[in-house]
Design a protein around this ligand. Structure first.
Ligand code: NDP
Ligand code: MG
Length: 396
């Protein structure tokens, strides 16, 4: 049977890679809905190519512009706003949802897919960081299936035995080892961090990604968010998740077993591999990614993660250990700080300070429902914004 897909965030880096894989297998996949935020022209092209039944954009202006571009496709249902995203995530026709909106903006639609029992291909890690407990509970109740798209989690998933859902201890797993390239500033002298520009931060050595996650990779907050994401997907505490620097990004992550065995997934750093894996699971399909040429790569190298150079990594571990609302506050403050950095309002080396001070001012509270998560998100953002304002004179 064909999978019927909604691609949330179709115009982004993950969305485009997803459609690239989908286009290679018209016998397996059919597109029901595509969403974008403001890139209307790009979405119009995708609609022409994939002929979805519905398209969703940010607001009425974008919807109007899309309608004008697609006047010859009157059957296409065009909607806008967060509720329309929720509708295409849970529509009964849909079997599979690619959740690839960036940041907290992706939470409601990702969660709607979880509640509706869909097969969820999750790229939107922020949803799990904010609301992991609520999300996993929704999946358990609905019988939905989460397939990790984030390359590290996809690699761990591929390196675990099929029975891991009964718990990692039963499967003989000692720890998960998440690899990290270390980003563009792994070896930059510390006194040059203050002068880092957004374009420098977005120039990742191995992966081509959206701007927000690129900045997160440069601060290593991305790896911190991934530690929290892994703890929810695989049901494992912070003490069993290790971060290892591996600059070549050839090993996408590993699982260490009790008997000393370490299993890993390797490949070229191209997101079409984990996307194709999640799309076709449990089968395998071609992704368009070139074969790995280990002889050409020559050697793989590793080093311990440097928590002093990358304080965001330690902040994420601390938020995971604190639990409750702390990861949602961490994520909210980070999104505000990264946006300020990308807009030239905050120095690169102060992103961690904003996150740390926000966590201090918003003590962790237990949270088991979406309302509490959204309150924590709002509080984290408000505190971070006021910190950004206080720091404005000092920082730019
Ligand atoms: P991009 O910035 O490239 O794309 C984001 C997508 O979300 C775009 O389609 C964008 O629309 C849409 N969008 C942005 N803001 C909103 C909003 N407020 N409401 C609705 N839609 C919105 O991001 P990436 O593809 O890089 O990342 C997507 C997610 O996947 C992130 O959570 C990231 O952490 C995760 N991820 C990404 C990886 C990568 O290689 N890129 C690897 C692993 C995980 P528009 O284009 O119109 O602005
Ligand atoms: Mg990743």
């Amino acid at each position: 049977m064909k999978q019927v897909l909604s691609v949330l965030g179709a115009t982004g880096s993950i969305g485009v890679s997803t459609l690239d894989v989908v286009a290679r297998h018209p016998d397996r996949f059919e597109v029901f809905a595509l969403s974008a935020h403001r890139q209307v022209a790009k979405l119009a092209e995708q609609c022409r190519r994939f002929r979805p039944r519905r398209a969703v954009v940010a607001g009425p202006d974008e919807a109007h512009a899309l309608r004008a571009l697609l006047a010859d496709m009157p059957a296409l249902d065009i909607a806008h706003g967060p509720q329309a995203l929720v509708e295409i995530a849970r529509a009964p026709e849909v079997t599979t949802v690619m959740a690839a909106i960036v940041g907290a903006a992706g939470l409601a639609s990702s969660l709607a897919a979880a509640h509706a029992g869909k097969r969820i291909l999750l790229a939107n890690k922020e949803a799990l960081v904010m609301a992991g407990d609520v999300f996993m509970q929704a999946l358990r109740e609905s019988g939905g299936v989460l397939l990790p798209v984030d390359s590290e989690h996809n690699a761990v998933f591929q390196s675990l035995p099929a029975g891991f859902v009964r718990g990692l201890r039963c499967s003989g797993v000692r720890k998960l080892i998440l690899t990290a390239s270390g980003g563009p500033f792994r070896a930059l002298p510390l006194d040059r961090f203050a002068a880092v520009t957004p374009d420098q931060a977005c120039a990742h050595p191995n992966w081509s990604m959206g701007r927000k996650i690129s900045v997160d990779s440069a601060t290593m907050m991305n790896k911190g968010l991934e530690v929290i994401e892994a703890s929810w997907i695989f049901g494992v505490g912070a003490e069993r998740i290790e971060v290892l620097i591996h600059p070549e990004s050839t090993i996408h992550s590993m699982v260490q077993y009790e008997d000393g065995s370490v299993l890993a997934e390797l490949g070229n750093p191209d997101m079409r591999t984990p996307i194709a894996h999640a799309l076709a699971y449990p089968e395998r399909v071609a992704s368009g990614v070139a074969d790995l040429d280990l002889a050409a790569i020559g050697r793989l190298s590793f080093e311990a993660a440097d928590f002093a150079r990358f304080p965001c990594l330690g902040l994420a571990y601390a938020a995971l250990r604190a639990g409750g609302t702390a990861p949602a506050v961490l994520n909210a403050a980070n999104e505000e700080a990264v946006a300020a950095f990308l807009e030239g309002r905050l120095r690169f080396d102060r992103i961690a300070a904003v996150v740390e001070a926000s966590l201090e001012r918003c003590p962790a509270r237990p949270v088991h429902e979406l309302g509490g998560v959204m309150e924590a998100d709002a509080q984290g953002r408000a505190v971070a914004r006021s910190l950004l304002q206080d720091m404005a004179g000092v920082l730019s």
